[in-house]
Design a protein around this ligand. Structure first.
Ligand SMILES: [Zn+2]
Ligand SMILES: [Zn+2]
Length: 328
């Protein structure tokens, strides 16, 4: 098999050839049909998450086809499944037993602590694989598995907010905007100052307003979701939400949040983060997505072009989501 491997922090990924692994207990060996490129992969490459092991294969938005099953895997050759970020949990701690396995202290994550989908084959724990709706093509389904799932969880954290501001209009935002519109909510997009392409993209996806992240919205927001990894957006978003409003931070990593006057938080505004996902989020969202239907916009790359895909994501030169197609 071939994989794009990160050998050291901030190094370019290298294509390596490896022996095809055999699935162990409750594992499946998958042929990777498509793997989305997520901003978290940049944080792995850049060593911005604690304890990134080397070598590691990134990639946690995997659409795979089962080619071999280990004992007790409960899937069959030919089954098509999704492999998300949550790769394993302890199943025994207080979080795992109360429906909050996303917060498990022992959790292991795909493409971070477990080799991921920047490869033509990958091993996965079958208990954490998600069923994929029939009819979705592989490249367009891949971004649902993180951008979609985390976006969905972040949107849920806004409660019944009607007017939602989204800061950072990339892969997650372009899916959230569609879900929010379907739910009858009003979406406003905040993009990098001067990024007219992103603003235009947001309007095309149904956002009623698109402007720069340093602008105030025409009327105050009920809630804001921040996907861009810039801590300075936290006080900006607090200033844009009304009293009682919530600011949800959807990213796994963010630059430091600058100090800000207490008056921005006063009035029962709140700030919270969204961490990882539960399998239940995955099942709910993947059942909902085809009913909307969510249409993802993707730019596809061959496996060997993974560094190019990451560079374009880093520079903001992508509309929608980048997806690797290892079979291409
Ligand atoms: Zn646990
Ligand atoms: Zn991700």
């Amino acid at each position: 098999m071939h994989a794009m491997v990160l050998r050291a922090a901030r190094a370019p990924l290298e294509m390596v050839e490896r022996e095809l692994p055999s699935p162990g207990l409750q594992q499946v060996l998958l042929r990777v049909r498509a793997c989305g490129v997520c901003r978290t992969d940049l944080h792995v490459v850049d060593d911005e998450l604690p304890g990134v092991p080397h070598p590691i294969v990134p990639g946690h938005e995997i659409v795979g086809e089962v080619v071999a099953c280990g004992p007790g895997a409960g899937l069959a050759a030919g089954d098509r499944v999704g492999v998300p970020w949550l790769g394993w949990t302890c199943g025994a701690c207080e979080y795992c037993r109360s429906g909050r396995e996303n917060l498990c202290g022992e959790a292991r994550f795909t493409g971070y602590q477990i080799d991921g989908g920047y490869a033509d084959h990958v091993l996965a724990d079958a208990r954490y694989c998600l069923p994929l709706p029939a009819g979705l093509d592989e490249a367009h389904a891949a971004p649902l598995l993180c951008a979609g799932l985390i976006g969905y969880r972040a949107l849920r954290m806004t409660g019944d907010a009607r007017r939602i501001g989204i800061y950072g209009f990339g892969a997650a935002a372009h899916i959230v905007a569609q879900v929010a519109s379907y739910q009858g909510r009003d979406c406003l997009a905040f993009v990098r100052p001067g990024d007219e392409n992103a603003a235009e993209f947001a309007r095309r996806l149904g956002c009623s307003w698109a402007g720069s992240s340093d602008e105030r919205p025409p009327t105050p927001l009920d809630a804001a979701i921040i996907f861009a990894p810039a801590g300075s957006l936290v006080p900006a978003a607090l200033a844009a939400v009304r009293r009682g409003g919530t600011v949800v931070c959807g990213g796994i990593h963010m630059s430091d949040v600058p100090s800000f006057p207490y008056a921005l938080l006063w009035g029962e505004r709140s700030i919270r983060s969204v961490a990882n996902l539960t399998r239940r989020d995955g099942e709910e969202f993947l059942a909902l997505a085809p009913r909307i239907p969510v249409r993802t916009e993707v730019t596809t790359f061959a496996l060997g072009q993974a560094n190019e895909a990451l560079a374009r994501l880093r520079e903001g030169r992508l509309i929608g989501a980048a997806v690797l197609l290892p079979g291409a």
